[in-house]
Design a binder for this molecule. Structure first.
Ligand SMILES: [Zn+2]
Length: 126
């Protein structure tokens, strides 16, 4: 059997780099800071006060949180004092979702790399 040097694209190196990526993605998923399962966005609301400038425009900007509760879509205005942490917690949820998606895709790449390992070890009986 022939010995092979580990090239940058060898199956072992590919597996090591996929594992590195997996650890980075897991660190996002295993983060213990709170997250909000929902979507935070800026909406506009008219206050209804007579003579307010907003009556002519699209309204006052409001931070809104969309979330599901008991199977129903809900929308809540976020208080000014809470905007910063609610946005950060919403962002963490987006990152969590993206990491879970990436981990799922990584699984298929790992299987492919592991099969590459089998091919690199394969000997042919003739
Ligand atoms: Zn107004």
């Amino acid at each position: 059997m022939m010995m092979r040097n580990a090239s940058p694209r060898s199956p072992k190196n590919r597996i090591a780099s996929l594992e590195h990526r997996r650890r980075r993605l897991l660190s996002i998923v295993l983060d213990t800071r709170p997250l909000i399962i929902g979507t935070v966005y800026t909406g506009y609301q008219r206050c209804g006060k007579p003579g307010c400038h907003c009556a002519r425009g699209r309204g006052h900007p409001k931070t809104l949180l969309m979330y599901k509760a008991e199977g129903r879509q809900r929308c809540k205005v976020v208080r000014k004092a809470d905007v910063q942490w609610v946005r950060a917690a919403g962002q963490r949820y987006r990152e969590f979702r993206a990491a879970v998606r990436a981990l799922r895709a990584l699984g298929a790449k790992e299987v492919e790399a592991l099969m590459g390992l089998a091919h690199s070890r394969a000997v042919y009986y003739t």
